[in-house]
Design a protein around this ligand. Sequence first.
Ligand code: HAS
Ligand code: CU
Length: 569
Amino acid sequence: MTLTEEPIEGGSVGTRRMDSGRDLTPGEKKFVGQHLIVAFAALMVGSFFGPLQSLEFGGLDLYPYLEPVIKSYYQGLTLHGVLNALVFTTIFITGFTTLTTIKALGRPLAKPMLNKVGFYTMIVGLVMAAIPIFLNKATVLYTFYPPLKASWAFYLGLTLVVVGSWIEGYGFFFTLHEWRKDNPGVRSPLVALTPIINMAMWQIATLGIAVEILTMLLPWSVGLIDGTDPELARTYFWWTGHPLVYFWLLPAYTSWYGMLPKQVGGKLFSDSLARLAFWMFLIVSVPVGFHHQFTDPGVPQTWKFIHAMLTYSVFFPSMITAFTVIASLEYGARRNGGTGLVGWIRALPWKDPSVTAQLLAAILFVFGGIGGLTNASYSLNLVIHNTAWVPGHFHLTVATAVTLSFMGISYWMVPYITGKQLYKPKLALIQAWTWFVGMIIFSNAMHVVGLLGAPRRTPLGSAPYVPEEWSGHLLRISIGGTILFYSVYTFGYVMLRTALGPKADPALVPTVPIAESIRSPQLTPVWLDRFKPWLIAAALLLLIAYGPQLVDQIWNMELNSPGTDFVPW
Ligand code: HAS
Ligand code: CU
């Protein structure tokens, strides 16, 4: 790596050393590409079932045609949730983090073998978990709550996916550590640091399901213990389950803060605010899990209340993000000649599918965030819990803010790693807009029908109790789902054609967009560049917010709930 010395504004903090922006080697690009192939394959298979569910809501049940391969609505729903929400995301994120680490630090991975081992561990786990799901031996939905019981291979497979992601995480930590040794006193590049903060958060977050699977579900599935404690299992699960949603979100935030400003011709408005948001996520992402358990009888109200309050605090880093990212976009748009209070929005590069996809993702996230705040309210949660409102909420968040952003990122990343040009950018643009429109129709109807009392995770098309007033909304869900079906396969098609296309003139291939910040990152306070204080704060907060209740639940554990199979619909 060559470093150049460059004076920075303010002058009082010395010089900033900038790396030369070393590109990924062909081998490194291939490794990132392998992640993307697996991630997109999972997305393509998982997304096949989404429209089946939404069509079922409208009264068109296509599941019988899928027999003998797919036995039930619930098997399809399990595939949809596991492949899209767990596999696509985790593998895309580790691939993206590989790219950002190497590119933004300007050096190879410190221990490339370690990352390879991590990746292949995830693949072995994925195959191991997928087989029983396809065999209808793990129809337990993506939350796999006991007493629903899956084959041991499902639990072991999931464990390996998590362990693989830990190992890849260590590969990133070592790389950052080495970079820091070589660059004392220099602020870590934001685009490298922030996905690594996410990986650190993930190590803490996944302790919950690691303990759940290893101490309860796996021994139970192989017959070492006779039953489970479903309440304790839910507490373990949501220790992981809530921060999981930020594990998905933060790489999209890295792109919105650290890449999108460059793509719109601007700069990051505040490096300090960006870092602060990520550190806040590190400390408050985990101790909020009880907001998924407001209706659980085994958790005392005090703890639910504490977690409700902490959930409001996890709202702040997203508000910081809304402010900082919009300010960065405005800065870029005004440089491009945009004017007016909101008129500058038109000066954003809306013809660039990568930008448009991410802007549309962020716009819908505003509504996902409002819904999140509703969910977090202790009393309003009673109205929406376990209704179709909840999948309405998470299709705006994970399925749009995250997935549509990942699609937008892929529109430069796949050309970059393959050395090709994006296939039909106009089609990609249509893809982004159809996702946006399809999701507005789908998720709005899901929210409304949920408020009217429609339960989630239910094949409503076959339910005998559906009142007339739901039917218009159920139809809108079918229409939205069909548009999304078109959109997701258009994305797959554009990616495939891009990857199979001819090599392009290197000058026409996109580079990795890394935004500068308006003020030099060297002016960012050191405490916003250090792991230690934040890790200590995270541990303390966890101890306070989970410690006593967890000890109580473990102390009073009763492994007396026998397993059940899902009854195929
Ligand atoms: Fe959630 C349930 C609360 C965010 C995902 N959530 C779920 C479930 C999932 C999920 C999957 O408190 C279902 C789990 C299950 O299966 O049971 N959620 C929240 C809160 C937030 C939140 C307070 N959720 C997310 C994100 C997710 C996600 C992010 C995935 C990635 N959620 C809950 C609660 C439940 C829940 C309860 C349990 C419900 C129940 O009873 O079961 C917050 O983090 C949201 C903060 C977000 C904002 C929005 C900021 C807006 C930004 C965009 C700015 C716009 C720009 C565009 C830049 C404050 C940053 C400008 C464009 C121009 C053109 C100018
Ligand atoms: Cu949550």
